[in-house]
Ligand binder design. Structure first.
Ligand code: NAD
Ligand code: MG
Length: 378
């Protein structure tokens, strides 16, 4: 039987890779719903290629354009449209690949409607990991990781007794400034920061990879996905991005997952889990890679890792504050209103100033997110 999939964020980098997987595995995967933000032209093209899918545009204007070009097709729009798509009865699984936290409510709706959730949008687990995982547990749905590191850990943990895990080792390419000095970092431009050495991705995650906030967010993401304390989550720099992450067990054995640098593989495994199929990801030839390097991160030059560790250990509203402050600071950096080091300086300021709630409700998390954004905007 085909897996019926809704793709939220179909016009983005992860969205396009998901469509590549769906094309290659058309006998296994059926796209039944798609959403996109402002790129109506691309949304229209995708709708023509996957005509069965219900569509959600970013706004009313986009929806009107789609309706006039796709007679008979149901077109929704905005936040409400995303939630309707996430809950549609024809779907088995909802993949959330919307940048930032706009995917949180649709993700919760998907789980509440009894569906499995494939998560690319790490920000939603950073903001509300406890709520998302509790909803999955209550409803019996799976939360399947799409992020390459977490998909790797997920694969390494299969069939293992989780109580024998000593630590998770998340690999990190180091970003474009792996060898930079503090002076170099002070004058980094958006153009330089957007050039990732190994992955081609959306703008926000590319900047996060340059500051290492991406790895910081991923530490918190791992904490929730695998229900493991922050103290047992480590980061190692691995510039080739071939080992996607590792798990060390109490006996000293380390399991690693390797594959080509292509998001199609983790996306495919999340969509077809627990099955494996031949798909679009190119095979990995280790003789061509030649060598695999590992080194410790430079925590002094990249404070994002320690800020994230602090937020993950404290829990409560602090991860939501870190995430929202980072999102707003990245926007300011891309708009030329903030320096590169200004990103982590702003995040630290928001973490120190927004009131802390230890056991927040969803509304309190949303309020912490709003408060953090207003600290940065000042
Ligand atoms: P992207 O910017 O390329 O695409 C984002 C998608 O979300 C687009 O379809 C856009 O139209 C849509 N969107 C943006 N804001 C929206 C809003 N407010 N409402 C509705 N739709 C909206 O981003 P991406 O690189 O594909 O990343 C998506 C998510 O996946 C991020 O959370 C990122 O951290 C995560 N992720 C990405 C990669 C990668 O290789 N690109 C890897 C791991 C995790
Ligand atoms: Mg990742």
């Amino acid at each position: 039987m085909k897996k019926r999939v809704v793709v939220l964020g179909a016009t983005g980098s992860i969205g396009e890779s998901t469509l590549r997987v769906a094309r290659a595995l058309s006998n296994k995967i059926e796209i039944v719903g798609i959403s996109g933000g402002q790129n109506v032209h691309r949304l229209l093209e995708i709708s023509r290629e996957f005509p069965a899918a219900r569509i959600c545009a970013g706004d009313e204007l986009g929806a009107a354009t789609l309706r006039s070009n796709l007679p008979g097709c149901e077109v929704l729009h905005g936040a409400h449209g995303l939630e309707t798509l996430a809950a549609m009865p024809e779907a088995d699984l909802v993949l959330v690949a919307i940048v930032g936290t706009a995917g949180l409510k649709p993700a919760l709706r998907a789980l509440e409607s009894g569906k499995d959730l494939a998560v690319a949008s790490k920000e939603i687990l950073v903001m509300a990991g406890e709520q998302v995982m509790a909803t999955a547990k209550r409803m019996g749905g799976r939360v399947l990781p799409v992020d390459s590191e977490h998909n790797a850990v997920f694969q390494c943990l299969e069939g293992q007794d989780h109580s024998t895990v000593k630590r998770l080792i998340l690999t990190c390419s180091g970003g474009p400034f792996r060898k930079a000095s503090a002076t170099d970092l002070a004058s980094v431009t958006p153009e330089q920061a957007l050039k990732h050495p190994t992955w081609s991705m959306g703008r926000k995650i590319s900047i996060d990879s340059a500051t290492l906030f991406n790895k910081g967010l991923e530490m918190i993401e791992a904490r929730w996905l695998f229900n493991i304390p922050m103290e047992k989550i480590d980061v190692v720099i691995h510039p080739q991005s071939i080992v996607h992450s590792m798990v060390e067990f109490v006996d000293g054995s380390i399991m690693a997952q390797m594959s080509s640098t292509d998001m199609a593989l983790p996306i495919q495994y999340a969509l077809t889990y627990p099955e494996r199929h031949s798909g679009p990801c190119a095979p990995l030839d280790l003789t061509l890679v030649g060598r695999l390097d590992f080194e410790a991160p430079r925590a002094d030059l990249f404070p994002a890792l320690e800020l994230a560790r602090r937020a993950g250990i404290a829990g409560g509203t602090l991860p939501a504050v870190l995430n929202a402050a980072n999102e707003t600071a990245v926007e300011a950096f891309l708009a030329g209103r903030l320096s590169f080091p200004g990103i982590w300086e702003s995040v630290a300021r928001a973490m120190d100033s927004v009131p802390f709630v230890e056991h927040p409700t969803l509304d309190e998390l949303i309020e912490a997110d709003r408060a953090a954004r207003s600290v940065i905007a000042k």
